[in-house]
Design a protein around this ligand. Structure first.
Ligand code: SAH
Length: 218
């Protein structure tokens, strides 16, 4: 069924943006992307009325669409500049990808669950966004498209994936939750030169785990 962005949805979205501001999100470009993108398009219709709660919500394949505050915070930390080459690991519903496209990123996004990859491809296409969506294992990154100015990982990694560090441009930054299966800490990793990286640690967060390999249910 085609999705519709009603005045009620738009009103709830404005309230969500106000809440994100109160919680400390200050980047106007992030806030206006969130104000514009119908988050309910990325959810099952049965969960429609929760689409603008500041909560993570279940999507297909046992995964979740990240909490809006988390999306806003990770995107703010990423400091995307229009035209920049960005790699996302964990396309999931495609919502974070829509936010990055709306902000002008030239986006490559990898998802290991075939079902989610297919949904995101269809929905983002319908909405007029043109990211490069790849069904595969994000641990490998995309060597043939490297280097990336920015890398955003939206699943929890046990440690910093080596291939992603290698594919980060000098002067680039990666935003990645690092830690255990249920709780991680948000890291920003800056590449200073060919060999050196600087790590800055932010608050605790909770993402679904970054897993090896792919899952093909189709
Ligand atoms: N950015 C998504 C968040 C989805 S949750 C959104 O806006 O909805 C994280 C996603 O990471 C899940 O869909 C999960 O399947 C995916 N994931 C986990 N490990 C991965 C890997 N190694 N490569 C690619 N995707 C992975």
């Amino acid at each position: 069924m085609d999705k519709f962005d009603s005045f009620r949805h738009q009103g709830l979205r404005q309230k969500l943006v106000k809440l994100l501001r109160e919680k400390g999100i200050a980047d106007e470009r992030v806030l206006s992307a969130i104000a514009k993108i119908p988050r309910h398009f990325f959810l099952d219709s049965a969960l429609d009325r929760h689409a603008y709660d500041d909560k993570a919500i279940p999507i297909a394949a046992g995964q979740t669409i990240s909490q809006p505050y988390t999306v806003a915070m990770q995107t703010q930390l990423l400091q995307v500049v229009p035209g920049e080459k960005v790699l996302e690991i964990g396309t999931g519903s495609g919502y974070q990808a829509a936010v990055l496209c709306e902000m002008g990123a030239s986006l490559f996004s990898i998802e290991r669950q075939q079902e989610l990859h297919a949904f995101a491809k269809k929905m983002l296409g319908k909405m007029g966004y043109k990211p490069h969506l790849i069904f595969g294992d994000g641990f490998a990154g995309i060597p043939e498209e490297a280097p990336f100015s920015k890398i955003i990982v939206t699943c929890g990694a046990a440690s910093l994936p080596q291939a992603l560090l290698e594919q980060l441009a000098v002067g680039g930054r990666m935003v990645i939750p690092v830690g255990g299966e249920s709780v991680q800490q948000m890291y920003v990793v800056e590449r200073l030169n060919e060999h050196d990286f600087k790590q800055i640690k932010y608050g605790m967060c909770s993402f679904v785990p970054m897993l090896q390999g792919v899952q093909n249910n189709s």
